[in-house]
Design a binder for this molecule. Structure first.
Ligand SMILES: [Zn+2]
Length: 145
């Protein structure tokens, strides 16, 4: 890491959590695209997710034509719904996600009380990011390093 100035504590944590989210993405059995997400609150990872089918469905994200199946959940949606099944709350949490959230996930992020989103890869459609910013959520793009 060759930063022109020393990184502060939050920047270091952001980089490390993003690295963990990238590793978590390796769990995905999707072929076209592997995305990982972590939910962090008070310096604790309270949830995690990667893109894939709902529990109980076979581990295929794409059909025979390599088109993504409509019931595949995005990494953010999996992390948010996982916390919904736990005794924890996403209120005030930070979401680390390896790719920019789509519009559908942005809605979930807003409604789940997440206050900060750090993402690692820009996607061709950025309307999800626009929505997050309109909702007053802090959004940070963190390039891979
Ligand atoms: Zn999404």
């Amino acid at each position: 890491m060759n930063a022109p100035f020393p990184l502060d504590k939050q920047q270091l944590l952001d980089l490390r959590y993003m690295r963990m989210a990238r590793i978590w993405a390796e769990n995905s059995y999707c072929i076209r695209r592997k995305v990982g997400a972590l939910l962090v609150k008070d310096k604790m990872i309270i949830s995690d997710g990667y893109n894939g089918t709902p529990s109980g469905f076979e581990n295929n994200c794409e059909d025979a034509q390599n088109i993504s199946l409509p019931y595949v959940l995005h990494a953010e949606a999996n992390a948010i719904t996982k916390v919904a099944r736990s005794s924890n709350s996403s209120e005030g949490a930070t979401l680390y996600v390896t790719a920019s959230p789509c519009m559908e996930c942005a809605k979930l992020i807003i409604q789940s009380g997440i206050k900060r989103v750090v993402y690692g890869e820009k996607y061709r459609i950025m309307d999800g990011i626009d929505l997050l910013q309109r909702a007053g959520i802090e959004v940070l793009f963190l390039k891979e390093q």
